[in-house]
Design a protein around this ligand. Structure first.
Ligand code: IVH
Length: 668
C-alpha cells in the first residue's frame, strides 16, 4: 500500500468507525458486532502506526493520549457556568411559573429534563472538532480536562452533518452508570481497597486523574443538554435536543415534550418512582423555558437563570435503630464494619444492613449501639447511615468501638490509610476461606465444581487451608465428606486437573495478592513473563510497568518476601499450574542487546514515537524502564515539556539527558 492509498483508507476507516460509535452510543442501534468493530479498529491502528502523520484528530484511536499529564491548566469559561435555583416544593414551581408569566406578560411553555447527578462539563467545538473541555470549576474558571473527556466513547470528537456553528460551546453532565460503578467498587473491595463513596464523586474524581488510560478504564458516560449560542434567540430547547442528536451528541432520552406547568408536574410525579429503574443517578428534574427568545427576555440573576429551576427529589431516607455492628474480614484482611438495623422499608425494599465503610465513618457519626439512625439509599445498592435521628431526643449508651484485634483470629489490626487490616493472612480463617473462594471463582481458576459450602466443609475438616491443599485432595477423602458422593468427588478432581492449563496471568490473579486484580495481574505477567522474574523484581522495576503505582509495587514485593507465599507458589508449581507465559506481540521480539544494563526514565511529550512504543523499544533492545530517577538511572529520555522536577533530579544525580533523536541513534 502506498501513502496515498493508506491516507484514503485511514480517512474511510475513521469515518466508518465514528459512524458505528454514533450508532452504538447515541442511537443505541449498532449494525455491526463488537468483533467486527474491533477488526476495523485494528486495521486503522496498524495504518496509523505506519503513517502517523495521517492520523485524524477525530480518529477513535485518539481517545486516549497514553501519556500521563503533569497537571491541569485552567481556563476561563466563554460565559459563566451558572447554577440553578433549587426547590423541593411544588408551590415554588407555581411561583416560578407566575414570575415568568409576569415578566413575559403571557404564558410560556416548559420542557422538563432529568437532572443527572454527575459533574458539569463545557465542551468547545471549532469547525466541528472537539478542541477543549473545561470543568465547571468556580463557574468562571475551570480545569482543562480535554484528554480525559476524549476517552468517553459516546462523545463525538467530530460532529456529524455540517449545519453546526463554526465555533460552538455545549454543556452537559459527565456521569458513571450504576452497574459499572457497582462492578468497579466490588472489584476494589475484593482487592482490599476502599470503596468509592458515590457515583458523583467518582465521576468528578475521574476527570481529575492524570492518567488518561485509567480514565478510559473507568468507563464514564455523558449527556448534553445545553448549547451556548449568541444566536440562541431563535429556536427552542426541544429542537436543540433533536439537533444535538443529529450532530452526534449523546442526549438523555427521557424528557417531557414542551407544555404548561401541569404537564411538567405530571412528568415530575412520573419520575419520582420511575427513577429507580434508571441505570444512572438523578437528583431531580430541571424545568426550563422552552423558547430561547423567552429565556433571553427573562435573563438571569448573578447566580442562576430566571428561565430554569431544579426540582429536587427528596433522598429516600428512613429512621430505624442500630442493633449491632459486624466487623467483616475480607480475603485481603481488610476489616469492613457493617451495621445491623431494625428492618425498615425504604425505596421498595426492606433494609436490614448498612455499610459503615471504616473507622473514620463510625467516628464521624459518633455512633452508639441502639442509636436511632437515618438510613439513605444513594447511588449504591447498599444503603448507608447518614446520621443520628435526633427527633426523639433518645440516644444509645455504648459507643461503637472499632476492635483493636481481629475478631476472628485475635491478631492486632493495623491501620493502613483509612482501612484496618488483619495481616495474618496465613491462618486467619475468613481470609483463608476468602482466598479459597477467590481462587475457585469463575473469573479466576473457574473451579465451579467446588462450591462455597464444599470449601467450608473442607476447611472445617482441616483438609484444605490454602489453594495448594486442594490439589492434594484424594478421592476417598472427598467422597467421604457429607453430601458428597463418588460422582461429585470425581467432578472436583477433574476440575482441578483441568485448572492446570489456566494461563499464568489468571494464576497470578488467583494468588490473591492485595491490589493485584485481574488487570494488574495481566500487566505484571506481560512484563515479568514468569513468576520467578516477578518474585525478584525490585520496587522500582515494578514501578516502571504501565499502571503499576507505589501501593501495588509495595504489596507485590512484600508478598514475595514472605516465605510461606513462596512455599505456596512452589507447591502449586509442583502440581503443574502455569507460572510462566509465552510473550505475545511486540514485547516478545528481542531486537538487540544494545541497551543491556542501561536503565531509562521517560519524561515529556514525544514527537516521533508514542511513549509506550519507546518503552517497548528500550525493552526490545535489552534495556529497562523505570518510573523515577535514581542513582541507577543511565539516561533521562526527555521529550518536549519534560517535567521540571525530573530534569532537576537528573541534573543533581548527573544523569545524562537524551533526546528522542539521540535515542534512535543509540539503537540503530
Ligand atoms: S441546565 C444554568 N439541565 O445541574 C444552568 N443542568 O444545579 C443550566 N444538571 O450545573 C443547567 N442535569 O451540572 C441542566 N438536564 C440538565 C441537567 C443539569 C444535570 C446539573 C448541571 C448544573 C446543575 C445545576
Amino acid at each position: 500500500m502506498n501513502e496515498e492509498q493508506a491516507l484514503h483508507r485511514i480517512l474511510a476507516l475513521t469515518r466508518e468507525l465514528n459512524d458505528h460509535n454514533y450508532r452504538y452510543y447515541v442511537l443505541d442501534r449498532p449494525i455491526i458486532s463488537d468483533q467486527q468493530f474491533d477488526k476495523l479498529l485494528t486495521e486503522l491502528t496498524g495504518l496509523e502506526h505506519g503513517w502517523p502523520q495521517h492520523t485524524q484528530p477525530d480518529s477513535p484511536t485518539q481517545r486516549i493520549g497514553g501519556q500521563p499529564i503533569e497537571g491541569f491548566e485552567s481556563a476561563l469559561h466563554a460565559s459563566p457556568m451558572l447554577s440553578l435555583g433549587n426547590t423541593y416544593a411544588e408551590s415554588d414551581l407555581q411561583d416560578f411559573d407566575q414570575r415568568a408569566q409576569k415578566i413575559l406578560g403571557r404564558p410560556t411553555r416548559y420542557l422538563a429534563e432529568l437532572k443527572i447527578d454527575g459533574v458539569a462539563i463545557s465542551l468547545t467545538y471549532e469547525g466541528g472538532i472537539l478542541v477543549r473541555a473545561i470543568t465547571r470549576g468556580d463557574g468562571t474558571r475551570g480545569d482543562v480536562v480535554t484528554a480525559n473527556i476524549r476517552t468517553i466513547p459516546s462523545l463525538p470528537l467530530k460532529l456529524q452533518g455540517n449545519d453546526w456553528p463554526r465555533k460552538m460551546e455545549v454543556r452537559g453532565e459527565v456521569f458513571i452508570r450504576k452497574p459499572r460503578f457497582g462492578e468497579l467498587n466490588r472489584r476494589r473491595q475484593e482487592d482490599g481497597e476502599e470503596a468509592y463513596a458515590n457515583p458523583r464523586n467518582f465521576a468528578s474524581g475521574s476527570l481529575k486523574l492524570l492518567d488518561t488510560s485509567e480514565v478510559k478504564h473507568r468507563g464514564l458516560d455523558a449527556y448534553f443538554y445545553a448549547w451556548n449560542q449568541e444566536q440562541a434567540t431563535q429556536g427552542n430547547q426541544e429542537e436543540m435536543l433533536k439537533k444535538a442528536i443529529e450532530w452526534g451528541f449523546p442526549v438523555c432520552p427521557h424528557h417531557s415534550g414542551a407544555g404548561d406547568l401541569e404537564h411538567i408536574l405530571q412528568f415530575i410525579h412520573q419520575w419520582e418512582t420511575k427513577r429507580e429503574s434508571l441505570d444512572f443517578d438523578i437528583d431531580g428534574i430541571v424545568v426550563k423555558v422552552n423558547r430561547y427568545a423567552d429565556r433571553e427576555e427573562l435573563g438571569h440573576t448573578a447566580k442562576a437563570p430566571r428561565w430554569a429551576i431544579a426540582y429536587k427529589y427528596k433522598t429516600q431516607a428512613a429512621s430505624t435503630h442500630l442493633l449491632s455492628v459486624d466487623f467483616q474480614i475480607g480475603r485481603t484482611g481488610a476489616v469492613t464494619p457493617v451495621a445491623n438495623l431494625t428492618p425498615v422499608w425504604l425505596g421498595g425494599t426492606t433494609v436490614k444492613r448498612a455499610s459503615l465503610y471504616n473507622e473514620g465513618e463510625i467516628e464521624r457519626l459518633s455512633l452508639r449501639l441502639n442509636d436511632p439512625v437515618w438510613v439513605e439509599k444513594g447511588g449504591e445498592i447498599i444503603p448507608k447511615i447518614t446520621g443520628i435521628d435526633t427527633t426523639s431526643g433518645k440516644r444509645g449508651v455504648r459507643p461503637v468501638v472499632f476492635p483493636k484485634n481481629c475478631p476472628s483470629c485475635d491478631t492486632p489490626l493495623q491501620r493502613i490509610e483509612a482501612l484496618h487490616y488483619c495481616l495474618n493472612s496465613r491462618s486467619c480463617p475468613p481470609q483463608q476461606l476468602g482466598l479459597l473462594e477467590h481462587f475457585v471463582s469463575r473469573k479466576v481458576m473457574d473451579l465451579n465444581c467446588v462450591g462455597k459450602e464444599t470449601l467450608e466443609l473442607l476447611w472445617q475438616q482441616g483438609l484444605v487451608r490454602n489453594p495448594a491443599d486442594l490439589y492434594d485432595l484424594q478421592h476417598n477423602a472427598l467422597s467421604s465428606l457429607e453430601r458428597m458422593g463418588d460422582k461429585s468427588a470425581r467432578l472436583i478432581l477433574d476440575g482441578l486437573d483441568a485448572s492446570r492449563s489456566v494461563p499464568y496471568p489468571r494464576v497470578l490473579f488467583a494468588l490473591g495478592i492485595r491490589h493485584v486484580g485481574e488487570t494488574v495481574a495481566k500487566n505484571l505477567a506481560r512484563h515479568f513473563p514468569s513468576i520467578d522474574l516477578l518474585a525478584q523484581a525490585t520496587q522500582s522495576e515494578l514501578l516502571s510497568v504501565h499502571d503499576i503505582g507505589e501501593k501495588i509495587a509495595e504489596q507485590v514485593v512484600a508478598w514475595f518476601s514472605a516465605a510461606e507465599n513462596l512455599r505456596l507458589v512452589e507447591r502449586l508449581r509442583s502440581f503443574g499450574l502455569q507460572f510462566s507465559c509465552e510473550l505475545e506481540g511486540e514485547h516478545a521480539t528481542s531486537l538487540s542487546q544494545k541497551l543491556k544494563g542501561l536503565s531509562f526514565v521517560l519524561s515529556g511529550v514525544f514527537k516521533r514515537q508514542e511513549r509506550e512504543h519507546l518503552k517497548t523499544l528500550i525493552e526490545q533492545h535489552g534495556g529497562r524502564v523505570a518510573a523515577s530517577i535514581s542513582g541507577k538511572t543511565s539516561y533521562l529520555l526527555a521529550g518536549s515539556d519534560a517535567g521540571p522536577s525530573k530534569l532537576e533530579k537528573a541534573r543533581q544525580l548527573k544523569v545524562a539527558l537524551l533526546t528522542e533523536e539521540e535515542f534512535e541513534q543509540l539503537i540503530t
